[in-house]
Design a binder for this molecule. Structure first.
Ligand code: UD1
Length: 417
């Protein structure tokens, strides 16, 4: 079941509900490590990365149950080992999020170095430097980060670059540190705010989340609690593009509209009609071909890198030329060669994609290379004439819950084999 075949040319029309956010649930699951007693996490998306994080916590000794809604009850008291092995980290980089919580609660951690990945080098030096500033003794050898500390000590930590999981690792660790921690140049992504909401519900004292300065007053203990995960803004953006690229219309319930300003602005520029309520968004393309939109990715609230590949597909069939500049990851255009195999006219120069919109893409066999690249190929397949088979589709299951079921419910013709 590692490929899907899309019969293109169907218009996307209808209503779906957004799932919980992958990039919120992963740090939240890691953060369960700093709370005593049980936490109950709801609105958990059914994703491969969530299963991997559950397996990682379970092999450390966490007591974990997943109910029929995929909600998770978890207790991380008495973890018998504090190791994130290479086999897990290589399949999911977000395993690095176990580092801060483990050293904060258990005084030790052994986490495999993630190494590079398809979209770029992605070092974790800033995670390590932050924890060292808080007193953790860290050695990197044999491919592992070995961290130890009696109790972390709060400090002023200036992040050299805005890093999402780096900010999250330090934030979680600081909740159990002695004294106050200030994270400067912190990531302001909505998922960092959702994590802080969970930590505060556990008893943590945090202010400034959602700004570039986060203050944390460390506590002796935190306690497990209930938390409902925020909606996935990238899933919402991807489904809006699915409607836009096919000239269709879609309503998405459980939307977090305030977190999607940059994506909404580009969809409107592309010719979509967008209306919102407090927790839903409706896009109507009225059968029109999209207009080209220039994109420059950057940390929140600018245009998210995780939506870049999807807009590449949209621009590929737009009525005119566009530029996409990727500023976060050095090798995040691997979908381009595959889109070109479907008849797109995209030329890469450094970190820029120059796109000349074509009237029609044509179905072809293509291969997914990472999570968002796979989404971009599915979107292109929806708009293409004829059949597109996307190989190595397993990447998509890391970040999209029941993608083909949701798209088929909206009128697409997709089968997995
Ligand atoms: C997170 C998201 C990912 C998203 C990315 C950027 C999760 C689980 N993943 O990834 O979906 O694409 O944010 O929005 O939330 N960097 C360093 N040193 C470090 C850490 C990062 O140089 O120690 C660099 C990276 O190489 C990259 C940039 O900082 O160029 C931003 O990366 P970062 O925000 O850390 O991405 P992730 O947290 O890995």
């Amino acid at each position: 079941m590692n490929q899907i075949t899309i019969t293109g040319g169907q218009t996307i029309n209808g209503t779906i509900k957004a799932s919980g956010a992958k990039n919120a649930v992963l740090p939240i699951l890691a953060a369960t490590i700093v709370g005593q007693g049980e936490s109950h996490i709801s609105h958990v998306p059914h994703l491969h990365d969530v299963t991997t994080m559950n397996e990682l916590l379970a092999q450390m000794g966490a007591q974990l149950t997943v109910d029929h809604h995929a909600d998770i009850t978890i207790c991380t008291d008495n973890l018998k080992n504090q190791t994130a092995p290479y086999e897990t980290v290589k399949t999911m980089r977000a395993s690095i999020l176990a580092l801060g919580p483990l050293v904060a609660r258990y005084g030790r951690a052994k986490v495999s170095l993630p190494g590079g990945c398809q979209i770029g080098a992605r070092p974790v030096d800033l995670h390590i430097k932050g924890l060292q500033a808080m007193g953790a003794k860290i050695d990197v050898h044999d491919g592992y980060i070995h961290a130890a500390c009696d109790r972390l000590q709060g400090d002023r930590i200036v992040m050299e670059k805005v890093t999402v999981t780096g900010t999250e690792n330090i934030l979680i660790a600081a909740t159990l540190a002695k004294g106050e921690t200030l994270i400067e140049n912190a990531a302001i992504e909505p998922e960092v705010v959702d994590l802080a909401k969970y930590l505060k519900a556990m008893g943590a004292e945090i202010t400034g989340e959602g700004t570039s300065k986060i203050y944390i007053q460390g506590k002796e203990q935190l306690y497990g609690t209930h938390h409902a995960v925020m909606p996935d803004r990238i899933e919402i953006g991807t489904f809006l593009v699915a409607a836009a690229i096919t000239g269709g219309s879609i309503t998405i319930n459980n939307s977090c509209n305030d977190d999607l300003d940059a994506v909404f602005a580009k969809l409107i520029e592309a010719g979509a009609n967008l209306t919102t309520t407090a927790d839903s968004v409706t896009l109507n393309m009225n059968g029109k071909r999209p207009l080209p939109v220039d994109i420059r990715t950057a940390p929140h609230p600018a245009f998210p890198t995780d939506m870049q590949a999807q807009f590449c597909a949209l621009n590929a069939i737009a009525d005119g030329a566009s530029h996409i500049t990727e500023t976060l990851f050095e090798n995040r255009f691997m979908h381009v060669e595959e889109l070109n195999r479907m008849g797109a006219n995209i030329h890469i120069e450094g970190n820029q994609a120059m796109i000349k919109g074509v009237k029609k893409l044509s179905g072809a066999p293509v291969t997914a290379t990472d999570l968002r690249a796979s989404a971009s190929l599915v979107l292109a397949g929806l708009a293409a004439q004829g059949e597109t088979t996307v190989h190595d589709i397993h990447y998509i299951d890391r970040g999209y819950e029941a993608i083909e079921e949701k798209l088929n419910q909206l009128g697409s013709k997709i089968i997995r084999s």
